[in-house]
Write a protein that binds this ligand. Structure first.
Ligand SMILES: [Zn+2]
Length: 215
């Protein structure tokens, strides 16, 4: 085992576990998370660090480019769909966050900005549904810069995945009853800021401003 991992486990056992021991004991037999976080598998997007959350608070699904298949394509990604189903139907989460991020390799690959994809047949197949987002960006004639296109892809991908999530009957039912909230987030790795998609304004706002608007 890598030395770094061994050291981490030792620190967890001797320091971190002790800090959270009361929570682990309370939650030994069950969990009651309030939020489902759907994020990218990217090693820089760590939900517990991002949210400063305690054990038991956040149920997590992570995959390349934080995707959710549309309801009609749900069979294409059962790990993601079953996690969503479980979080909503069994755990009764009150909030779902779909969080994209800057410099997302999955989004870059879907934009055709990565040569690595040629060697990755499974990833190619997996990223196919993102082609519709790419097409929307390519249709914007004023955006020609590759970096600008990449940032837009990452943000529009979040909006698309929120739309997909809302296509599920169980989600629609919970939204209708006011038992669920869905938010699209964008994490900028360089600045550490998170912006939230405001559907009415059709733009991402800084999370601080978004809270102010909602209050
Ligand atoms: Zn990513």
């Amino acid at each position: 085992m890598l030395e770094r991992l061994k050291t981490g486990l030792k620190t967890f056992r001797e320091v971190t576990y002790k800090r959270y021991e009361h929570i682990y004991r309370d939650l030994e037999a069950t969990q009651d998370p309030h939020t489902l976080f759907i994020g990218c598998s990217d090693s820089r997007v760590s939900p517990d660090i991002l949210l400063d959350s305690d054990p038991g608070e956040v149920f997590t699904v992570r995959n390349i480019a934080n995707t959710v298949p549309a309801y009609e394509n749900s069979q294409n990604d059962l790990p993601t769909v079953s996690s969503i189903e479980y979080a909503i139907e069994v755990l009764g989460v009150e909030e779902v966050v779909i969080c994209g991020h800057s410099n997302c390799g999955g989004c870059a690959a879907a934009m055709g900005q990565s040569s690595k994809l040629d060697k990755l047949p499974f990833t190619q197949q997996y990223l196919k549904p993102l082609a519709c987002v790419k097409e929307k960006i390519e249709a914007e004639p004023e955006i020609t810069d590759a970096k600008a296109k990449a940032r837009l892809m990452e943000k529009m991908n979040v909006i698309e995945q929120v739309k997909h999530l809302k296509s599920y009957p169980i989600v629609q039912e919970k939204l209708k009853k006011g038992e669920l909230e869905i938010e699209g987030w964008y994490f900028d790795i360089k600045s550490g800021s998170v912006s939230v998609y405001d559907e009415k304004a059709d733009r991402f706002c800084r999370s601080e401003d978004y809270q102010a608007v909602r209050v």
